[in-house]
Design a protein. Structure first.
Ligand code: HEM
Length: 348
């Protein structure tokens, strides 16, 4: 037997140190020591494990790390083969050690995956109705948590998008009468008459202001060439439609004079509006309310009547070419002394 034959084989062998042990470098203490060297047979100065480990129990039995439990004396550790060990600079920089960084992997690493030759494609199109009924008409799937993601999610409260159609009750379920969902209102009995119900209205929308029939008024259809624009054109500035001889001054019209101009029997129609006398004869075919209506104010003071129908109408501007004079009482005409002369000074 060689002198270095291990003693744990049952043979008593006194270990012998051959030569002085080399100085042990602290940075090379990786804790392996005799555990690894015991499996090697090359070093002739190896010693048995029984001599290195304590005899009262092994480190493994005590639940300790074998690397820290057995710390053999540096003088008795055989020299391991020379190794090149890089210094962990991270400890100097206060960073996690390289060992811990390697243990907990933080950077995702791609793994090779065998991809099928068929590449899946996605689209936003609405699923075909053929594949829809399985999802829409299976209410029991709603209760299953696995089917919950298949339900349409409700929109946010302030969303303007219309809610998606409810998956049920489906039309088919209603037709078959198999819907077990609660009904909001029971169907009325057909044997009892429905009170306060008119004929079915159908799906036509309710009438709006645009479709509401106009209230029948007294406006009449004007003859061609007698529109308000035509009247504005012929009664513009410089026009004289009084029906009086040219250069006739404005008249002081008394009630006795006014009653003569009734617009009938070939006579002109005069009316009083706001204290002024107008010859409304040329305006008769242009009056939107018709000639008979306009003649209601002839030969009289039509101020009140005019205001009851259309106070918004600017009669002064429209009848400026028809101004005859001012309306005065009989007394005013007598006391003024200008009665019958129709002086222009009274028009101010
Ligand atoms: C004093 C006697 C008058 C009577 C009784 C009378 C009567 C009427 C009536 C019944 C209408 C139809 C109203 C409607 O359809 O809602 C009407 C419309 C009208 N009248 Fe007279 N009117 C008189 C004098 C005048 C005069 C002197 C003028 C012009 C200077 C005039 C200008 C108009 C106009 C412009 C309309 C259309 C108003 C609108 O569509 O808003 N009317 N009138």
């Amino acid at each position: 037997r060689p002198t270095w034959f291990p003693g744990f084989l049952g043979l008593s062998q006194t270990p012998r140190l051959v030569g002085p042990p080399p100085p042990r470098r602290p940075d090379r203490d990786d804790g392996r020591g005799a555990d690894e060297n015991s499996s090697h047979s090359e070093p002739p100065d190896a010693i048995p494990l029984e001599k290195i480990r304590p005899s009262n129990g092994s480190a493994a039995a005590n639940g300790q790390n074998s690397r820290t439990a057995a710390r053999p004396s540096p003088a008795r550790i055989p020299t391991p083969p020379p190794m090149i060990q890089l210094e962990d600079v991270s400890t100097r920089l206060g960073l996690p050690s390289l060992d811990s960084a390697c243990d907990e992997q933080t950077t995702p690493k791609a793994t090779a995956v065998l991809v099928d030759d068929a590449i899946p494609s996605f689209s936003l199109s609405v699923p075909e109705p053929s594949s829809g009924p399985e999802v829409l008409e299976s209410p029991p799937q709603i209760a299953v948590p696995a089917a919950a993601p298949m339900r349409p999610t409700p929109p946010p409260p302030n969303s303007m998008m219309p809610p998606p159609p409810r998956p049920f009750p489906s039309a088919r379920a209603h037709a078959a009468g198999s819907s077990t969902l609660p009904q909001l209102a029971p169907a009325p009995s057909r044997s009892l008459p429905i009170p306060n119900r008119g004929p079915p209205r159908g799906l036509t929308p309710p009438p709006t202001h645009s479709s509401k029939p106009k209230k029948p008024g007294k406006e009449v259809a004007l003859a061609p060439g007698h529109s308000p624009l035509d009247w504005a054109r012929i009664s513009g500035p410089g026009a004289d439609l009084r029906g009086l001889p040219k250069d006739t001054p404005y008249l002081r019209v008394t009630p006795s004079m006014l009653k003569h101009y009734t617009g009938r029997k070939g006579k002109d129609a005069w009316t009083v509006l706001g204290g002024k006398v107008y010859n409304i004869t040329p305006y008769l075919p242009f009056h939107p309310g018709g000639e008979p209506e306009l003649l209601r104010g002839a030969a009289r003071d039509g101020t009140k009547l005019f205001g009851e129908i259309h106070p918004w109408v600017n009669y002064e501007g429209m009848l400026s070419a028809c101004l005859v004079g001012i309306y005065v009482t009989e007394e005013e005409q007598t006391t003024n002394g200008s009665a019958g002369k129709g002086g222009m000074d009274d028009m101010d």
